[in-house]
Design a protein around this ligand. Sequence first.
Ligand code: FAD
Ligand code: NAP
Length: 309
Amino acid sequence: MEKVYDLAIIGAGPAGMTAAIYAARASLSVVMIERGAPGGQMVNTFEIENYTGFETITGPELSMKMFEHAQAAGAEYAYGNVENVVIAEDGTKVIDCGDHQIHAKTIIIATGTKHRLLNVPGESELSGRGISWCAVCDGAFFRGKKVVVIGGGDSAVEEAIYLAGLVEKVTIVHRRDELRAQKILQKRAFADEKIEFVWDSVVESFEEANGKLGAVKIKNTKTGEISEIEADGAFIYIGLDPITDMIKELGVTDDAGYVKVDHAMMTPVEGVFAAGDVISKELRQVVTAVNDGAIAAQSAFKYIETNLR
Ligand code: FAD
Ligand code: NAP
């Protein structure tokens, strides 16, 4: 007989791991299913300075603390790349991980988001040969060199500041003349002598030199002028899209692909909850992911107590 968990959580970022802690402490049998490393986006974040209780903590350290906490509470951890979720006739959620399936009475979708692509010539060809979406992973390759950061949000500005500590020069290319990032990050970036800004500009293409990235071709949106910035590296931070392809059949997403939930993190489908960056909401942070995870687990617990006991 296949084991049927009380709760299966897809994704072990801060939302999923917090849900696991709350569910395990409520005596639910719970498994976190993760295709990468526990921690989600925190794994690739150098320093986190806005998570309550920690003036500063590295992303990998906070990831490990949350993971150890979830395991100590009794949550199971399983490797799996969830490809599909279907609901059996008796209401059991069948989670298809390709080579194996996991069964659960309830699920929490906590799959977060993925980096958006620019979709310009040279981007895919030079990916891993100068173009990256992770400064913490790849920044060290560009020590003493020149890099371009594309975007104007928290990610672009924060990662540009991190890169400025390693490289000779960072050029931030932004499509407007005003940043979207938090003021505290803006202040730091403007004060950093290694960071230069190119405003009102979009990337036309990434140009190759000797098999690697050599330059970023940009266009000024106001004048139409085309120019090139010499660069050994380019980091693309133009926003994120929700990871919801595996739950398409459930019909719980909005037009942008985010999961629709109510105040209890419940989707329109019975026994299906969601938490963290993947839900439709205003503020995507570690602290809000953790909040959603706790509420979703509590709602799953109440759903089981009310309907399935
Ligand atoms: P995620 O952290 O994205 O975790 C989702 C998990 O689900 C991932 O581990 C993923 O592998 C897994 N997953 C996805 N699909 C599947 C699947 N099909 N099968 C199995 N597993 C799957 N927030 C702050 O508060 N402070 C910061 O300083 C900060 N810095 C940031 C820096 C950067 C560069 C970025 C991009 C984000 C930053 N954030 C920061 C935002 C913060 O990281 C997110 O809000 C938070 O991680 C969201 O948590 P989550 O659990 O919802 O999703
Ligand atoms: P974001 O806030 O959506 O910002 C994306 C940036 O890229 C914007 O400046 C946007 O320009 C620009 N952009 C979008 N599409 C573009 C395109 N096709 N070409 C050129 N530029 C484009 O994304 P993010 O910065 O990755 O942040 C995502 C979430 O994570 C946010 O909720 C953020 O607060 C959170 N986060 C938090 C921290 C932190 O707390 N320290 C750090 C990183 C991320 P416009 O401004 O013109 O729209």
